[in-house]
Design a protein around this ligand. Structure first.
Ligand code: PEP
Length: 255
């Protein structure tokens, strides 16, 4: 039985006051939710203050990126060990904004996933195709390559600490959501691929989140799909009422 997760990616948004207000609302309004894993991923400067606010609650904490070394002369970088030290549970790795705007390659992403897992953190590993790639019929080959290279060298014991997020790039921040059928098709493809590189048990247990313009209005329909185990939410996670409503509506999904 896979515990569904709804995780908010705040990207480079909020200030300390907004982060505090957002988390205070979530803490109060979602404290009774036990069957959905709830997470927030604030920008680096707000991780520690947010951690102090959510300590001993049902809300988990994630960072949005990391470097793959434990420490060293790498100005501006942050290691998984540091993120663990301040109480993070997850690290988002391979987000399309990092792949396409910061030039992250599959090899860099693989290094980051291995480093996160070595530290004992959960890697939220994002994969997704560009619009042109979908239009050219390359969706499956792109996702296959991202999975193959991103998970290269990861052993079966560690894969349990990976959450995959399928995030079609054309749906991120655009208001265009994949249809529930498109999401299911790709989630099922990913699960089958995980069976082929690990085995059926691993594939059955791994969580695959959908990301791309998820809102309160579409979460129930998308997550009713059998291979969708929750969502990675961008813009809609920045407003306390919309993020809470996504979580509450998840409970009304038609599974
Ligand atoms: C994201 O950034 O991971 C994301 C899914 O963004 P949005 O929900 O805004 O499309």
């Amino acid at each position: 039985m896979r515990t569904p997760a709804i995780i908010g990616n705040w990207k480079m948004f909020t200030n300390l006051k907004q982060a505090t207000e957002l988390v205070t609302f979530l803490k109060t309004n979602l404290s009774k939710i036990t069957d959905i894993e709830i997470g927030v991923c604030p920008p680096f400067p707000y991780l520690a203050p947010v951690k102090a606010m959510i300590d001993s609650t049902n809300i988990k904490l994630g960072a949005q990126n990391c470097y793959w070394k434990d420490e060293g002369a790498f100005t501006g970088e942050v290691s998984p060990a540091m993120l663990k030290d301040i109480g993070c549970d997850y690290i988002i790795i391979g987000h399309s904004e990092r792949r396409h705007q910061m030039g992250e390659t599959d090899t860099m992403i693989n290094n980051k996933i291995k480093a996160a897992l070595k530290t004992g953190l959960t890697a939220i590993f994002c994969v997704g195709e560009l619009l042109e790639e979908r239009q050219e019929g390359k969706t499956e080959s792109v996702i296959r390559r991202q999975l193959e290279e991103g998970l290269d060298g990861i052993i079966q014991d560690n894969i349990q600490k990976v959450i995959i997020a399928y995030e079609p790039v054309w749906a991120i921040g655009t208001g265009k959501t994949a249809t529930p059928q498109q999401a299911q098709e790709m989630h099922s493809f990913i699960r089958k691929f995980i069976t082929s590189i690990f085995n059926e048990i691993v594939a059955k247990n791994i969580r695959i989140l959908y990301g791309g313009s998820v809102k309160a209005e579409n979460i129930a329909e998308i997550s009713a799909q059998p291979d969708v185990d929750g969502a990675l939410v961008g813009s809609a996670s920045l407003k306390s009422d919309s993020f809470s409503q996504i979580i509450l509506n998840y409970k009304n999904k038609a599974k």
